[in-house]
Structures are given as structure tokens and as C-alpha cells.
Design a protein around this ligand. Structure first.
Ligand SMILES: Cc1cc2nc3c(=O)[nH]c(=O)nc-3n(C[C@H](O)[C@H](O)[C@H](O)COP(=O)(O)OP(=O)(O)OC[C@H]3O[C@@H](n4cnc5c(N)ncnc54)[C@H](O)[C@@H]3O)c2cc1C
Length: 403
């Protein structure tokens, strides 16, 4: 009888827990180590697009069902309003119709809710999750990786999956490519329950500020404000300071939106600067592989970071099922993921700069583009049309290397 394959997953965020669920369903014995002592119930939400939903369905049909039940399933007639800061509608984006055309819905969901669903799925698939345990580093003598943990223990396994996010310690050891790159804007994210604007999704655009709003489960709306700013300034304000500064920045904007932001609880807010990294062709060292933001951190402009992490998780598990040699399986995973995610990273970087409308001219041309295209970002359509059985790289990789 062949021994059961073992995997350690570093990081219990969206990518790490999705990987744990996918690997568990593939019959692999998984241990997840997550630095945080618990899954925090703060912050806002994120948009699962058709590609993320398809990846979840492919990991396991029950996971797809759980995600739909936990989020807001966008209906066929739903539209997203694209507005200027005065509340004038620039376009009505037919987000529901896209779902009908692609045969899968968008599902906006609260981030902590999604993480809890993935946690449950991972545990149900047999994974052990050790909270409050950080990975300090790894070694790879004689082929099998060993994970060095904050409690002093060392965990050996057949593969080590690094899903430890933007500032991955595994990436630093593997690639040594320095800190991520600040993209010139920060984010303040929150949620409100019972807003009169619920369940309308919308994007409201000003100069140097864009606010994205979507319904989550129940009568919750989540919002993300992206603000052009020097690095570090907004996170240093703390939650209350950032809320006050945001309200000041949008003074005079469409009043219902300002009211919605005002009613957010500061304790729920997440304030983080936005970074990405230049794409790299290599995420694998022997039997160690990067996944999610550790591999391809990207601007949130296309809402693809978590969606592509779900894709990674499915493809990784499929590769490990298909190859006898885990090292070959990791190379196959890398080959299938690098080109597609590189194109999305670069497009997201460019789109993020467009979204900010940092000068008066740039803001006007962004608004004109939305008015004429009827969409926030036309390229998203091709990206969200990924499916597990036709997972080839984007047909039109984006060649640009920056904003
Ligand atoms: C403003 C904003 C809006 C976004 N909106 C969307 C959206 O709508 N749709 C979308 O798809 N994506 C969105 N994203 C991107 C998405 O949040 C990320 O891409 C996604 O969370 C990446 O998941 P991850 O698991 O790779 O990393 P993370 O979610 O960062 O998880 C990493 C985990 O690893 C843990 N960790 C870190 N270091 C260690 C260590 N040494 N040992 C053990 N554990 C460790 C951390 O505690 C964390 O739990 C958005 C991002 C931002 C900033």
C-alpha cells in the first residue's frame, strides 16, 4: 500500500483554507498552521466572481453550496450603478445578465464569513488547523520539506504550501525579492447593517477616491473606499481617525453614500495600504509552492485576489492527484498558473490607477470610459470566464509592466 501524501499549509486565510479543503478532498493528509489565534470577525466583504465560484464548485460541490448560502447570490436582473460623486448615474452595469450568460452567479460575501465557510470545509475534508501557530521558516534536506514553527516544533511533510499572504516568509526565503510595491492608494473597508441603500450594488467615483459597495448576506452592505495617499498615512490614523478622514474627503458627495459611511462602526473597519508585486515565473522550490497572495499579490481593482487563490487551490490539488512525484506536480501547478495570474496582476495594476482618477483629467476620463462602456472594467469579463476544464492562460496576456 502506498503511504498517504502529507501537506503542510502555511496560512489559514482564504487561499490556505481553500487549499486545505481541496487537498483534503484529494485524499491528502493536511495540517494548516495559521499565525492568528482566531478568525477575526471584522472588516468588509469581497466579490466572488464566476471563476472563484467555479473553482469552489470544482473543489467540492458542497463548498459551492455553502458559499452561495453564506453570501448574496446576484440575481439575473441585478445591476451595479456606476455613479459620479454627485450621485449622477454614469452607467447601469448588467452584472446579473453576465451571470446568466456565463451560467454562474457573482457572490459577494463577507470576508470572515467566507473564511469560516472554508475553515469548516477544510476540517470536514479532514484537515487539522492549528491556530496561533506561525511558520518561521523552512528547510528541505533530502527532498522532504520541514516547516519550522513558532512553538519550536518542526513539521515534516511531502509538500509545503505557502499561503502566508502579501508578506510571505516562505517567499522571502525562496525568492528574496524584497518588500511588495505600494501602488499609491490606501483602502478603508467597512460594512453596515440595515442601510436604506441595501441591496443596491454601486461604485461611486471622485477625484482620487473610489468607493465600491455590494450587498452581502442578510441586510448587510459592505464597502471599500480606495483613496490616493502617501504610504503609511491612513493606517497610522487608526480606525476612528481613518473614518473621520474619509468622511472629510467625501464631504459634499451624494448624501446617502456619506450617510452609509457615517453609520459604519469604527471597530469594524480595516485600513490597509494597497500593494502588489511584479509577476515572477517561478513559485516552486523543490516540494515547496507559493499560493494566493504569497505567489501573485495584486491590486483589488478587478476583485481577483481571492478568486485566483481559489483557482490556485483547485489546480494544485488536481496536479497532486495527477502526478506520482509531488515535485513534478508542483511544477505542473506552476506552469498552469503563472501566465494567467501575471496577466491579471498587471491588468489590475493598470485598472487600479485608472479607478483612482488621481487628477481632474484622469477622473474625467475614467468617468467617460464608464459611461461609454457601461462597465467598470471591460477586461474583467474575460478573466471571470475561467473554468476548471478549460483552464488555459488568458488568451490576451497584458504586456504592460506598470502604471
Ligand atoms: C481593499 C481590498 C479589496 C479586495 N477585494 C477583493 C474582491 O472583491 N475579490 C477578490 O477576489 N479579492 C479581493 N481582494 C484580495 C483578497 O483579499 C486577497 O487576494 C486574498 O485574501 C488572498 O488570500 P491569501 O490567503 O493568499 O492571503 P491572506 O488572506 O492575506 O491570508 C494569509 C494568511 O496567512 C497568515 N499568515 C501570515 N504569515 C504567516 C506565517 N508566517 N505563519 C502562519 N500564518 C501566517 C495570515 O494571518 C493570514 O490569515 C481585496 C483586497 C483588498 C486589499
Amino acid at each position: 500500500m502506498t503511504a498517504r501524501l502529507t501537506a503542510v499549509v502555511a496560512g489559514g486565510g482564504i487561499g490556505g483554507l481553500a487549499a486545505a479543503a481541496a487537498l483534503g478532498h484529494a485524499g491528502i493528509a493536511v495540517t494548516v498552521v495559521e499565525r492568528a489565534a482566531r478568525i477575526a470577525d471584522v472588516g468588509s466583504g469581497l466579490m466572488l466572481y464566476q471563476n472563484g465560484v467555479a473553482a469552489a464548485d470544482a473543489i467540492d460541490a458542497r463548498l459551492g453550496e455553502r458559499i452561495r448560502a453564506a453570501g448574496h447570490v446576484v440575481g439575473p436582473d441585478d445591476v451595479r450603478l456606476l455613479m459620479d460623486s454627485a450621485g449622477t448615474v454614469l452607467a447601469r452595469e448588467a452584472v446579473g445578465e453576465v451571470g446568466v450568460r456565463l451560467g454562474l452567479p457573482q457572490v459577494p460575501v463577507l470576508r470572515a464569513t467566507l473564511q469560516n465557510v472554508l475553515f469548516q470545509e477544510a476540517v470536514d475534508a479532514g484537515a487539522e488547523v492549528r491556530l496561533g501557530t506561525a511558520l518561521r521558516g523552512y528547510a528541505q534536506d533530502g527532498g522532504r520539506p520541514s516547516a519550522h514553527l513558532s512553538d519550536g516544533s518542526i513539521l515534516e511533510s511531502d509538500v509545503l504550501v505557502a499561503a502566508d499572504g502579501l508578506n510571505s516568509v516562505v517567499r522571502a526565503a525562496m525568492l528574496g525579492d524584497g518588500p511588495p510595491r505600494y501602488l499609491g492608494y490606501t483602502s478603508v473597508r467597512g460594512r453596515v447593517v440595515g442601510s436604506p441603500l441595501h441591496p443596491q450594488a454601486f461604485v461611486i467615483n471622485g477625484q482620487g477616491v473610489q468607493i465600491f459597495v455590494a450587498p452581502a448576506d442578510g441586510d448587510t452592505l459592505y464597502w471599500t473606499a480606495k483613496i490616493t495617499a502617501p504610504p503609511g498615512e491612513w493606517p497610522a490614523m487608526g480606525q476612528e481617525g481613518a473614518l473621520a478622514a474619509l468622511l472629510e474627503r467625501i464631504a459634499g458627495w451624494h448624501e446617502p453614500v456619506a450617510d452609509m459611511i457615517r453609520s459604519a462602526s469604527p471597530a469594524d473597519l480595516a485600513v490597509t495600504d494597497i500593494h502588489d508585486r511584479d509577476p515572477v515565473p517561478c513559485w516552486v522550490d523543490g516540494r515547496v509552492a507559493l499560493l494566493g497572495d504569497a505567489a501573485h499579490p495584486m491590486a483589488p481593482a478587478m476583485g481577483q485576489g481571492a478568486n485566483t487563490a481559489l483557482e490556485d487551490a483547485y489546480v494544485l490539488a488536481r496536479s497532486l492527484r495527477s502526478y506520482d512525484d509531488p515535485g513534478e506536480a508542483l511544477i505542473a501547478y506552476q506552469t498552469q498558473r503563472v501566465e494567467r495570474t501575471a496577466a491579471i496582476v498587471l491588468h489590475s495594476r493598470r485598472q487600479g490607477a485608472v479607478d483612482q482618477g488621481a487628477s481632474r483629467t484622469e477622473a474625467a476620463s475614467r468617468d467617460d470610459a464608464m459611461r461609454s462602456s457601461g462597465r467598470k472594467d471591460a477586461a474583467t469579463l474575460e478573466v471571470v470566464d475561467w473554468r476548471p476544464d478549460k483552464d488555459v492562460p488568458c488568451s490576451k496576456p497584458v504586456a504592460s509592466s506598470g502604471t
